[in-house]
Design a protein around this ligand. Structure first.
Ligand code: SF4
Ligand code: SF4
Length: 431
């Protein structure tokens, strides 16, 4: 047996946290055990040997762990138990948020009509069938998706019935700015069990400087009314908070306001303002810098202490491919173009294909570029002990900056720092 290449040690009081990034195993060990594992003198492990074997802290001599990770990573791309899509039913938006990466609904205005939505529905059914998926998940996205309610309802109603007839689980979530959560819209989507992801960037004064209508008027009060309606209809809510220098000191006040307003059952999701989107569902990827990581972690800790549920798991875990590399995932837009991540529209160069007039998907080379990415094939990442949790960074960011996903964006020191803080917090809370 030999020590795993993916063992990482972090000082913890007078001991060390031992984290295996490939298996996610966590132990607290003393200096002596650390030295044994670092030198490979494994006879000295005594009673610990069995447990370490089971947890992958020590592995067979001939095991190539990099290849093993590559195998797991590539396998996860084709785990299609669930098919999921972001469906952009309109590029139009009624807001003009200061940091909008989508061009504030002005770069693109295209709206899905009945004809295109029928082709989108057929494509979604065919995709789900082709992978024999047992569940279908739809994220209504925009622009502001609630500006196109007739099409939202048509798509969600049709797919919900189709899933029911075929015995598939169906789920729908609306990623909305929250200003159009009228009683009618909430009830319409609520009949299909829709949950809502709504962005709130701070208490009223702070939020209203950032998330504004086209005429500059703040949106906070309208959004809060919408959140109460969602709660009163017993529908799930996640609140996305975009954090940067401008609002980082105001987020706790927002938590207090949510609690005070009876919105303590919402799930909190915090992201640094970055060229990613509320649509990214991947843990730990989309981090701009070391400071961004620290702030997010601190705020999550406060939110948990105040009794909120947090989107990100407390325990650091190895990850497979993100949705951008899942065969059974796409973003589809009103032109019926297909993208591998919801942060990549509306740019044509980012499309991996299109659904043609016969309802068939025609793919281009970008699809191959995304699907074939393997962080273990990148020299720096292959050598890296935390590749199973970092995965070489966000594939969409790599593609946008390098013109191919076969590269990496490395924030190693920040990632180690984030990992250390998360592990210390997790171990302390589990003691
Ligand atoms: S991007 Fe950097 S930290 Fe991430 S896996 Fe590659 S080398 Fe490691
Ligand atoms: S490509 Fe990047 S933004 Fe998209 S899901 Fe993956 S990590 Fe998130």
């Amino acid at each position: 047996m030999k020590p795993s290449y993916y063992n990482c040690f972090f000082p913890f009081k007078t001991m060390y946290i031992l984290f295996n990034s490939l298996r996610g195993a966590i132990f607290v060990v003393d200096e002596e055990v650390k030295t044994v594992l670092e030198t490979g003198n494994l006879e000295a492990l005594g009673d610990l040997e069995d447990g370490f074997k089971k947890s992958g802290i020590i592995v067979e001599d001939n095991l190539n762990e990099q290849d093993m990770y590559s195998m797991t990573y590539n396998g996860s791309k084709y785990n299609a138990l669930s098919t999921s899509l972001h469906v952009i039913t309109t590029y139009a938006c009624n807001l003009s948020c200061v940091y909008c990466y989508e061009g504030k609904g002005e770069l693109e205005h295209k709206v899905m009509d009945e004809k295109t939505s029928n082709r989108a529905i057929q494509f979604i059914k065919d995709l789900t069938d082709s992978y024999n998926s047992k569940a279908l998940g739809i994220e209504l996205f925009g622009g502001e998706p609630l500006l196109n309610m007739p099409i939202n309802e048509g798509i969600v109603g049709d797919l919900s019935r189709w899933c029911e007839e075929g015995g598939l689980d169906f789920s729908v979530n609306a990623i909305t700015n929250g200003t159009l959560c009228s009683e009618e819209n909430v009830e319409t989507l609520g009949q299909y069990g829709c949950s809502f992801l709504v962005t709130v960037d701070g208490p009223e004064k702070v939020h209203d400087q950032r998330r504004v209508y086209k005429n500059g008027k703040g949106t906070f009060r309208d959004i809060m009314e919408g959140l109460y309606r969602i709660r009163d209809n017993d529908l799930g809510t996640m609140i996305r908070i975009n954090v940067d220098e401008g609002n980082k000191n105001d987020i706790v006040a927002l938590f207090e306001e949510l609690k005070g307003g009876g919105l303590d059952k919402v799930i909190i999701s915090i992201k640094p303002v970055f060229n990613t989107s509320p649509a990214c569902m991947s843990y730990g990827y989309c981090m701009p810098d070391v400071e961004g990581l620290g702030i997010v972690n601190e705020l999550y800790a406060v939110a948990r202490k105040m009794g909120f549920r947090a989107e990100e798991p407390e325990r650091p875990t190895p990850q497979g491919a993100c949705s951008a590399q899942r065969a059974s995932y796409f973003t589809i837009d009103p032109h019926l173009r297909l993208f591998k991540c919801a942060i990549l529209p509306p740019y044509e160069k980012n499309a991996v294909g299109v659904v043609n007039d016969e309802g068939r998907a025609v793919f281009n080379y970008v699809n191959v570029d995304f699907m074939s990415r393997d962080p273990v094939m990148l020299d720096e990442c292959r050598k890296c002990r935390i590749v199973p949790v970092c995965r070489g960074g966000c594939p969409a960011e790599v593609y946008e900056t390098q013109g191919t996903t076969h590269g990496y964006v490395c924030r190693k020191s920040g990632f180690y720092k984030m990992l250390e803080e998360n592990l210390k917090r997790f171990v302390t809370n589990s003691m």
